[in-house]
Write a protein that binds this ligand. Sequence first.
Ligand code: AMP
Ligand code: MG
Length: 352
Amino acid sequence: MDMEKIGKKIKISGFAACILVLTLYISACAPKKEIQKVQKEFFALDTQIILTAYGDDRAKEALAEAQEKIYELENVFSTVKEDGETAIINKNSGGKLSEPLLYLAERAIEISRDTEGAFNPMILPVVKLWGFSDKNYRVPEDNEIKSALLLTDLSWVRLDKKSSEIYFDKKGMGIDFGGIAKGYVSSVIMDIYRKNGIESGVVNLGGNVEVLNEKPDGSSYNIGIRSPYDGMLGALSVKDKAVITSGGYERYFEKDKVRYHHIINPNTGYPAESGLISVTIVSKDGVLADALSTALFVMGKDKAVTYWKKNGGEFDIILMDGNDNIYISEGIVRDFKLEGNYRLEVIKKEAE
Ligand code: AMP
Ligand code: MG
């Protein structure tokens, strides 16, 4: 190599080094983007909602976008708002599904099959009969329940993914996303957070919580789980997961001193009396967590534990029965702090 070429090379690498130093200097001196905590609280989806996000100046916009999205999806999933997409489909015994509805209908049907109908999105005619859709509560006659149950059979539903259409074979059938929609909404909010550069955040839909990543200081989020009585049954520390609870105490009415709650056993058409009074599902998949919280509540402890043993790679469980027993799957024991005077039993995959 001649001297001229060597000289050029030295000049070029010297120049590159200067650029590198300059870049490092500029980035070190540039004002650091402030991480701020923003919060928004409002009422939608029939519950109190709290959105929290940690991010730069886009955090506020992220929350505004999230709030708009929640209002939009509330309309899409409502079975009572006449102009809502689900309500229109139910009225017409089917029709074209928008993207979120197609996705959710597919997942709801898949989880229904998987849980042998404990989760049944076609439960609407029964839910309506009890007045849980429009809050005109009443105790139906046995024969009304029997007739309504005939309209909840999943084999009368035809879902065509290619054309995004759904059809119900019998008039009066209807789909109800009430047991799965909140989990879907919270996972959509996580996407909005991510898209807006949010580093960490929480969505709390009336106690159904999903968290994005970990707290800005690197620690886990601490999620309180409500007791069906007063106070908390415990607290769970989590990162990047949904924590979703179903309980009869969330919505019910009383008639002649009997309490009737909103989670229906699709086999009987009556509020599920499985012995469980609270079911929490912890999973990265908010949709699965929501649907399973409803399904495992219907199943009762033994079936719920068997289901978890078979499928528990994707989720963890905290079950509470009416005798103050709490059953927790082994994967989250170390992250759980019991509160209140309850007996805690750990559920393991393999018997020791
Ligand atoms: P969740 O609070 O998630 O357990 O959902 C309860 C809601 O889901 C009810 O208000 C009904 O709209 C609907 N639902 C009730 N029973 C069932 C069931 N067995 N399967 C699917 N959805 C149900
Ligand atoms: Mg649910």
